[in-house]
Each structure stands twice: as C-alpha cells, then as structure tokens.
Design a protein around this ligand. Structure first.
Ligand code: NAD
Ligand code: ZN
Ligand code: ZN
Length: 365
C-alpha cells in the first residue's frame, strides 16, 4: 500500500520545517491509517533540535494529532474506517506497566515514542528522492496530512466534536491534568503552586480548579500568561524572575503549598517548587530538566518529589474523562488554543517558544 502525504520535515536542527511530499511505510495489521485534521504543537516537539538529542533530522514531529480513520488492519478491533480519533503516545499494551494501566511507564516507552520503527522495520517514511525520513515520533509524526498509528494509541471520539479542539488532549492536556488528578490527586480546599503556565501548566491549573483546589498560585516569566492564568482560575500570580518567589507563595498559602508542579525544567525553579511546599507536601516534575538539581539535607524533609510521564494517564480512559469535563464546562482547555494553517508551522513554533501562543494547533484541511 502506498500512502502519500504532505509532511512538515525538519531537515536541520536549527532549520525550518518544510512541508514536502513523502511516502509513508505500509501499515501493519495492528495499525490504522489516519487522515490528520489537526495537530497541536507541544514543547517536546522541539526536542530533536537539541544538539545532544539522539533523534535528529530529517524527522517529522507532531504528537498531538487528531483525525479520521481511513484504513484499518485486520487485527484491529474497536476502531472502524470513518471513526474520529485522538492520537496519544505509543505503548505496548502487554508489559507489566501497560497491563496495570500505566502505559506512560511502558517498558518500551522510549523506543516506541522516540526511536520507533515502522511495521516493516523502517524509519516510517521516504522523501521524494527515496531517502528515509523519521516518521514514528510518538508513534504518529502527526505534522502531516496522514499518519500510520498503532490502533492502541488511538482513542475514538464522538463525530460531532471538533477535532481541531480535541488534538492537544493527546499530550499536553493529559500531562498537566493527569499530573494533578492521577498523581498529585489534588483534594478540595488545598493549595497548589504551578511553575510555568504554558500549555501543560495551564492544563494543570484547569484540573486543579476542577478538583476544588482553594489556592492556585501561577508562576511564569510572561505577564500575559499570568493574566490568562488569573482569568482561568489562578487565585494569585507570581513573576518567575522575582527574588522572593518562595516567600510570595508562602504568603498566599500560610505554611506553604500542599502541592507544587514544575513544567519549566529549570533547576533553580525546581528547587523553589520544593521549597514552597508545606510539610508532607508533594512536588511533581514534568519539564525536561536543563541541569542537575542539588538538594541540601533539609529541603526535602517530610516532602515527596517525583517526576511524571504523560500525567500517568491511560489515554483510552483519561481522554474521554477530560472530554466529559470539557463538555460539562469544567475543563475549558479550548481557551488555550490558537489555530494556524499547516503551512504556518514555523510561525506556530515561534509563537509558542516566545510565549505568544499557549497551544498552537495546526489545521491540515
Ligand atoms: N513529562 C511529560 O510527559 C511531558 C509531556 C509534555 C511536555 N513535557 C515538557 O513539559 C514542559 C512544558 O511543556 P509546555 O508545552 O507547557 O511548554 P511551554 O513552553 O508552553 O511552557 C513552559 C512555560 O514555562 C515558563 N518558564 C520558563 N522558565 C521559567 C522560569 N524560570 N520561571 C517561571 N516560568 C518559566 C515559560 O515562560 C512557559 O510559559 C516542556 O519541557 C515539555 O517538553 C513533558
Ligand atoms: Zn508496555
Ligand atoms: Zn508533548
């Protein structure tokens, strides 16, 4: 089977994405072919640009795709041609973590999501010259008009819902909301400090509000993002550059916050996220860490610290849960989205990195 697609190929670590024609490798019998309608831009999509990152150009990124099923393999059950699907990360479905419904900790998570091979064992796509292009990013490479995906990482959604709104559920929204609801398990009447109010941090904020948190303190470098955080439910905002971030959070929370959440990955910020906790408080980390964090003997006293992958969510149950919360008006993540035509992918990436757009969503058709 020949699957031709237009895809945004990153050809140099510091170059633009160029939309080109590619041929995707034929799918396996446990896979589906999806016509991508929209794909969100997540900060993790810039990882292949980092000098030390092992996946490099030429690569098609994108891991918050949503679209319509065009073909299904004979081993696929529960998904039909014509179904609307939201794509999430890849997992094996059979290892101990997957069987225990913690697919974000799948024993093969790294291989499948970063170094995945196509059913035939190839890179996933070839370009017009017949050269290989990596097209298995998070099992989807959805900055393209089509994607070959394991049935296992597609979630069927109601056909009356807008795919260009649902797309970011696949990573950013489950990461923020899952960290708050599945891992921190934020309780009503408590306090949480959220460091970094980009898409993951604001998803966490919306989930904390839905969970009944009483104090939600948002910390960011961009005043515009703090304004949005306040509109969406932050009870206090703190500029990340301030010298006394921890003191300000303590002032807003009495003895310190019950929970904290870091999406920045900046060592000094992670330290603040631990310091601002009260005794027996819990800190969850999701940002890609940019350096080592040094913890002195007292800073963790009586506190818990852990890092979280994909909100420890099982997409097949958690994405429908978030859609229900959204429909009930309790998780208005559509407020974070700004739509861009697919051809404007480079502008969308810049707008995200410069803090102008929280969640760019590329619209393919
Ligand atoms: N662990 C996971 O499963 C997972 C999943 C998705 C994303 N991520 C990672 O999470 C991070 C956040 O992703 P995102 O899409 O929300 O990115 P984003 O760029 O939209 O948000 C990051 C925010 O952090 C703020 N920030 C940076 N430095 C700061 C500082 N010193 N003080 C306060 N705020 C600061 C930025 O202004 C920005 O608003 C990225 O590192 C991404 O790769 C991890
Ligand atoms: Zn697994
Ligand atoms: Zn992501």
């Amino acid at each position: 089977m020949m699957i031709n697609a237009s895809a945004a190929v990153l050809r140099a670590k510091d170059g633009p994405h160029a939309v080109e024609e590619v041929t995707l490798d034929a799918p396996g019998e446990d896979q589906i072919v999806v016509r991508i309608a929209a794909a969100g831009f997540c900060h993790s999509d810039v990882l292949p640009r980092a000098a030390e990152f092992p996946v490099g150009p030429p690569v098609i990124t994108g891991h918050e795709g949503a679209g319509v099923v065009e073909w299904r393999g004979s081993d696929v059950s529960g998904i039909e041609v014509g179904d609307h699907v939201v794509l999430s990360f890849a997992s094996c479905a059979t290892c101990q973590e997957c069987a225990g419904r913690h697919p974000a900790y799948c024993e093969t998570f790294t291989e499948r999501n970063l170094f995945g091979r196509s059913a035939a064992g190839g890179s996933g796509a070839t370009d017009a010259a017949g050269e290989p292009v990596m097209a298995r990013w998070f099992g989807q490479s959805s900055f393209a008009t089509k994607a070959v995906v394991d049935a296992n990482n597609a979630v069927v959604v109601d056909r009356d819902l807008p795919l260009d709104v649902l797309a970011p559920l696949g990573c950013g929204m489950i990461t923020g909301a899952g960290s708050v609801l599945n891992v921190l398990q934020v309780q009503p009447g408590t306090s949480i400090a959220i460091f970094g109010t980009g898409s993951v941090g604001l998803a966490a904020l919306l989930a904390a509000k839905a969970a009944g948190a009483e104090s939600i303190i948002a910390v960011d470098l961009h005043p515009s993002r703090l304004d949005l955080a306040a509109e969406l439910g932050a009870t206090a905002t703190v500029l990340g550059g301030d010298k006394d971030v921890v003191e300000q959070i303590r002032k807003h929370t009495g003895r310190g916050a019950h929970y904290s959440f870091d999406t920045t990955g900046v060592p000094a910020v992670i330290l603040s996220a631990i310091q601002c906790l009260r005794a027996r408080g819990t800190c969850a980390l999701v940002g890609v860490q940019t350096g080592d964090v040094v913890l002195d003997g007292n800073v963790l006293l009586g506190k818990q610290l852990g890092s979280v992958v994909e909100g420890d969510a099982d997409p097949r149950t958690f994405i429908p849960h978030l859609i229900k919360l959204w429909r009930d008006g309790r998780f208005p993540f559509d407020r974070l989205i700004e739509k861009y035509p697919f051809a404007a992918i480079n502008e969308a990436e810049r707008a995200s990195l410069e803090g102008r757009t929280v969640k760019p969503v590329l619209v393919m058709d």
